[in-house]
Design a protein. Structure first.
Length: 264
């Protein structure tokens, strides 16, 4: 959180927070995450990103008292970049933290919000606000993640359930950005992916990272209920968007994997 606050103070207004930290900013999610993910606008240069990241990471490390800090850029792609910070906290505890910035575009302005970022008093971080995906773009982004070919991650289903609970609905975003043909092809893939993420995966990869009182309430039966509810809402979102989305013959030549459900 120190890192996010520092970026905001340094004027990185063209970065948009997404992922687990955005879930915390939007809804106060208590799911732990060691990564911070941003999208950035196309007019942010790679040099500008690198300058901001290196400076903010080093300052954040000093403020939280890490020793032996190393900051390295571990990915330099045309469409995304990643940094890793490694240091040692009190008690010789090793800390590893990653930050990724995507240059794949951003959702339309009306699907981006500026939200106050609440931090625990003990952190002694002055109040600050951050640009963040709105609920519709956040939900679309989570469906993107769910559909990733090499990824079957319970936190995507869990975060979608949280978004649903708070009334998120990406239908209007999808109607504006995606054709009926593409949505029709996505629908069965989404359902099959949710089916793959069973309780064994949730127990190993999700439950250790959520609040104990919530963790205790999720057994195999409850996880199946969560999956079923998420599947029901995603079906409804896709069907509603398909009923109103435009046809586009050009989409017949577009790879389904290239279509972005966050509206970027």
């Amino acid at each position: 959180m120190q890192f996010i606050a520092l970026l905001v103070r340094q004027g990185a207004s063209r970065l948009i927070l997404k992922g687990g930290m955005a879930m915390r900013a939007l809804y106060g999610s208590t799911r732990l995450t060691k990564d911070v993910d941003f999208d950035c606008e196309d007019n942010v240069s790679q040099q500008s990103m690198q300058t901001h990241m290196n400076k903010a990471l080093m300052q954040a490390a000093r403020l939280v008292g890490l020793a032996g800090v190393e900051v390295a850029q571990t990915k330099r792609g045309e469409r995304s970049a990643r940094w890793r910070i490694v240091g040692t906290a009190a008690g010789d505890v090793k800390i590893v933290w990653e930050v990724e910035v995507s240059r794949r575009g951003v959702p339309p302005p009306e699907f981006i919000e500026t939200k106050p970022f609440d931090t625990p008093i003990a952190y002694r971080i002055p109040p600050f606000s951050v640009r963040v995906y709105g609920p519709a773009a956040m939900a679309g982004g989570k469906v993107n993640a769910l559909l990733s070919e090499n990824r079957s991650v319970p936190r995507d289903v869990y975060d979608l359930s949280e978004l649903i609970r708070h009334g998120a609905d990406p239908t209007e975003l999808w109607i504006r950005r995606i054709s009926r043909q593409i949505l029709e092809r996505k629908r069965p893939v989404i359902m099959a992916k949710i089916e793959l993420i069973d309780f064994a995966m949730a127990a190993a990869e999700l439950l250790p990272y959520i609040a104990p009182e919530i963790r205790q309430s999720i057994d195999e039966v409850r996880w199946d209920e969560i999956r079923l509810d998420v599947a029901h809402h995603l079906e409804r979102w896709v069907d509603s968007a398909m009923a109103r989305a435009e046809d586009s013959g050009e989409d017949d030549h577009v790879q389904t994997a290239d279509i972005d459900l966050a509206g970027r």
